[in-house]
Design a protein around this ligand. Structure first.
Ligand code: ADP
Length: 236
């Protein structure tokens, strides 16, 4: 069943059409990759879905309801969560406190929020850092913390923006494993990554953006052979 459908999304910045008639959909439990060269409109689409940007036209249907007019703080409780390309954990707060910011949203008490936060921290293998402040984590763990905080809002769909950019090979491998674990628990995931080698093995389906338009979509094996995609990555 479709959980999120973006229909004919347009978003302009001055003379630049960052999203130009974008159509994408994601099913319950699916992992979808969104790839494309720098400036192709991936982050803009995330911002449109999460409500950071108001779309110029089009429709965003989430679990059967049009949400494009809702502000971001009304979308998160519905079950849409995201991370940002530039990590921004609360540096003075501990890992536990950071994750509780997420889990408080759907908890009846601070105690319940803390229990949920501890469970997610354990699930993502961060228990030994639970009392560290955000400022004292490596980039890989800062990124993992942001994912933990997003997951703590109990989303149906998790949007990860460059969750693996800047990580070394070992850190990337670990990140791939826990992203798969999150998906295995049933959360739908949209993965924006610049690096094709990361997205292709993880994704059930892939969309490729170029200049604000979807130029290719389908199974990773099909998309990676598409001449338009090869051109977009190697031609520019
Ligand atoms: P990607 O995430 O694929 O690298 P973006 O969505 O960040 O691409 O950008 C798509 C285009 O929109 C780029 O040309 C970028 O410069 C432009 N853009 C994105 N956000 C803004 C903004 N807030 N103001 C002006 N232009 C923007």
């Amino acid at each position: 069943m479709t959980i999120l459908e973006c229909k004919h999304i347009y978003k302009k910045f001055g003379g630049i059409t960052a999203n130009n008639d974008v159509n994408i959909s994601i099913d319950e439990g699916e992992m979808v990759g969104l790839i494309g060269p720098n400036g192709s409109g991936k982050t803009t689409l995330f911002n449109c879905i999460s409500g950071v940007y108001k779309i110029d036209s089009g429709e965003i249907i989430f679990r059967g309801n049009a949400i494009q007019k809702l502000p971001p703080h009304r979308r998160t409780p519905l079950g849409i969560a995201r991370t940002f390309q530039i990590v921004r954990p609360f540096k003075a707060l501990t890992v536990l406190e950071n994750v509780m910011i997420g889990s408080l949203l759907k908890s009846k008490s601070p105690l319940e929020a803390e229990e949920k936060a501890r469970e997610i921290i354990e699930f993502l293998g961060m228990t030994k850092y639970i009392d560290y402040t955000g400022a004292h984590l490596t980039l890989a763990y800062k990124k993992r913390l942001e994912i933990a905080r997003a997951l703590a809002t109990e989303p149906y769909i998790l949007m990860l923006d460059e969750a693996m950019a800047g990580l070394n090979a070992a850190e990337t491998k670990e990140a791939v494993e826990f992203v798969r674990k999150i998906n295995d628990r049933g959360t739908s995931i949209i993965l924006v990554e610049h690096v094709m080698e990361v997205v292709m093995p993880l994704s059930d389906r892939v969309y490729v953006l170029e200049n604000g338009k979807v130029i290719s979509q389908g199974l990773p094996s099909e998309v990676s052979k598409d001449p338009l995609v090869i051109e977009a990555y190697l031609g520019g």
